[in-house]
Design a protein around this ligand. Structure first.
Ligand SMILES: Nc1nc2c(ncn2[C@@H]2O[C@H](COP(=O)(O)OP(=O)(O)OP(=O)(O)O)[C@@H](O)[C@H]2O)c(=O)[nH]1
Ligand SMILES: [Mg+2]
Length: 233
């Protein structure tokens, strides 16, 4: 099964007893509308997920610094409170919009759709969604993205993929972030990769550090390739 098929099928599968099936159906309906909109404007949509503090915003800043002269890019960022992440991303010179969820622990397709008209999609090649920081709820909500990328920081411990499998099952890429801290931590990249691939054998993995720029070229090249594919589709 292709990555696209397997991850999207997983995103649509309701496994958790507490999950509200109607809510997810409504979400998927709007996610489809977003997908169609992105197909029309040939905008690559990438949903960035992780635990709180794994380095999502820092990676958005670094990616903007590296790619903003190559593509038009923008970021939509979800947080429970404050405009802080959007402010940080705007400092790089790209457009960023904060969605304040007011306590909701994830973004839903409806929230994304509501603010889409604030983005000049016809002229945006690459749109990121920085999701609310946690490995649980964001896993269940398809936002119409082309790709889901999960950061797994070395500071979190290497046991997370098996404890929070749905996030890794529904992701296309795992970025092992804060790799510069590896010499100081009991964290095995080999072990985390093995566990994550046992959950999702098609998961791509890149080790990165936004501080030292390790792996940032590989990450940017992956994005460049995906933007190209989207524009040729
Ligand atoms: N050592 C190290 N620290 C990093 C790296 N990337 C981010 N950080 C630090 O980690 C902390 C959290 O980074 P953020 O980018 O705010 O993380 P986030 O995932 O956006 O956080 P939330 O939006 O709150 O979930 C900050 O103090 C960053 O400076 C990295 O590659 N290496
Ligand atoms: Mg952030």
């Amino acid at each position: 099964m292709s990555i696209e098929k397997s991850t999207k099928a997983a995103r649509g599968t309701v496994q958790c007893e507490n999950t509200n099936i109607n809510l997810l159906k409504a979400n998927d309906f709007v996610a489809d509308i977003i997908k169609k909109e992105m197909a029309k404007t040939k905008t690559l949509l990438v949903n960035i997920t992780s635990s709180a503090g794994s380095g999502k915003t820092t990676l958005m800043q670094k990616t903007a610094e590296k790619l903003k002269d190559k593509f038009t890019m923008a970021v939509m960022v979800g947080d429970l409170e404050t405009e802080r992440d959007a402010d940080r991303i705007r400092e790089t010179g790209i457009f960023a919009l904060q969605i304040v969820t007011g306590g909701i622990c994830h973004l839903e397709a409806q929230m994304v759709h509501q603010v889409l008209d604030r983005f000049d999609l016809e002229n945006i090649d690459l749109l990121f969604i920085e999701n609310v920081g946690n490995l649980v709820c964001p896993a269940s909500f398809d936002l119409g993205e082309d790709y889901r990328v999960t950061l797994m920081a070395t500071t979190e411990g290497d046991d997370k993929p098996k404890k929070y499998p749905r996030m890794f099952l529904t992701s296309d890429m795992m970025l092992v972030s804060k790799a510069d801290l590896l010499p100081y931590l009991p964290f095995s990249v080999e072990a985390v990769t093995k566990d994550a691939r046992e959950v999702n054998h098609e998961l791509e993995v890149i080790q990165i550090s936004s501080l030292t720029e390790e792996g940032i070229d590989a990450w940017c090249n992956w994005l460049i390739e995906k933007v190209k594919q989207k524009q040729q589709a």
